[in-house]
Design a protein around this ligand. Structure first.
Ligand SMILES: *Cc1c(COP(=O)(O)O)cnc(C)c1O
Length: 368
């Protein structure tokens, strides 16, 4: 039976292709890979993911707990800022804690040390690869990681590792290579002192044309040079192309252009399209009929994009938006009270299982 739209449909066989690349990279380079839960936290498929990844990393206490309870393996606790009432639980649930600033380190490191938990610090190298200033960790006045060497030096002896997150959607190996070289030159003394170094996320190494062997050799050489365990924190790259958002056309109108309205919304279900001014994708996107496909919220700019279709669209037709895994399900919301998409999983044997449905009660209980 096909579920009622809207729903995210996660195809485990595509997910597995990404995961096998992750395993290949781990084996070829010795790097450990922890899933960045902020990109993807659909725990129904963690059984498959944990066979190919070493654990999780987080951006909040809730993510630390989800990683510990639902994924297992190594649980890295990172947050841009911990609160006093969170730190004890974050430490209890994690294997490592990574502070974002020297001041957070000074406030909480003793607690971690008392429990014998390895402590890391996020460093901001001031360089990055990002197509969007909004998502650029090295943007001017960035709060993401410590910049100041004079503040870093006095705490170095108490750190077991450092984290750099300096890529966003980086699919160019040469750019990564050049950035790594700059980081190595600038931080060589620090790297030699550490047991582990995390290079963060944002590297699109599961893309079909990515030179994964060159990356593996680069990382292997780097970890040998400094005697460190390297980590990557892939979010998007772990799940890329694994999921579609399945929607139904509810109405079509003509206002100078043909418009199709579907039972979903960019703002509520694929928010990054709005944030980054991007269009969804559909396949094959060919044919003589052009439609602007829009969401059903009252936001005027709730637009998935303009696409080609082989036939005229009418109410009841189905559309499938591609590449809807990363930064979608973790961001979905109840704007306009639009029905929140269910989550369905296509298992490796082809069977589709509906793993989560949302109801009016979920909507009502998200408010009070
Ligand atoms: C966002 C983020 C990630 C994951 O980024 P992707 O682009 O999804 O791979 C990893 N580490 C940190 C510190 C992040 O902020």
């Amino acid at each position: 039976m096909t579920p009622q739209t809207p729903y995210y449909l996660l195809d485990k066989s595509v997910l597995l292709r990404n995961l096998e690349k992750i395993s290949y990279l781990r084996q070829a380079s010795g790097v450990k890979c922890v899933l960045a839960l902020k990109a993807f936290a659909t725990w129904s498929v963690f059984d498959l993911m944990r066979e190919h990844m070493d654990g999780t990393t987080s951006s909040s206490l809730n993510e630390v707990r989800l990683g510990r309870e639902k994924f297992g393996g190594e649980t890295h606790a990172y947050s841009v800022a911990w609160a006093d009432h969170e730190i004890d639980e974050a430490l209890a649930l994690s294997d490592k804690i990574i502070f974002n600033s020297v001041s957070q380190f000074e406030r909480y490191a003793q607690k971690a040390e008392a429990l014998g938990k390895p402590v890391g610090l996020r460093l901001n190298p001031g360089i990055s690869h990002s197509h969007f200033i909004l998502a650029d960790p090295a943007r001017p006045f960035s709060r993401l990681g410590e910049w100041d060497m004079e503040r870093i030096k006095p705490v170095l002896d108490r750190l077991s590792g450092v984290m750099f997150h300096f890529n966003c959607e980086n699919d160019e190996y040469d750019s990564l290579d050049a950035l790594l070289t700059q980081i190595e030159e600038r931080y060589a003394d620090i790297l030699h002192k550490m047991e582990w170094v995390s290079l963060g996320g944002g590297i699109r190494f599961t893309n079909d044309d990515y030179p994964i062997d060159r990356l593996a050799q680069r990382l292997k050489a780097m970890s040998e040079r400094y005697g460190v365990q390297l980590y990557l924190e892939p979010g998007e790259a772990s799940v890329t192309k694994s999921t579609t958002l399945e929607v139904t056309v509810l109405d079509t109108v003509f206002n100078g252009k043909h418009v199709a309205i579907v039972d979903s919304s960019t703002e509520a279900h694929m928010l990054d399209l709005l944030i980054y001014s991007e269009h969804a994708s559909v396949a094959p996107n060919t044919g003589p009929y052009t439609y602007i496909v829009c969401g059903k919220t009252c936001l005027a700019g709730d637009i998935f994009g303009e696409f080609q279709f082989e036939t005229e669209l009418k109410a009841g037709d189905r559309i499938s938006f591609l590449d809807a895994a990363g930064y979608t399900m973790v961001k979905k919301n109840w704007f306009n009270g639009v029905q929140m998409p269910s989550i369905a999983v296509r298992h490796l044997d082809g069977q589709v299982e509906l793993v989560r449905e949302f109801t009016f009660e979920d909507y009502a209980q998200s408010l009070s």
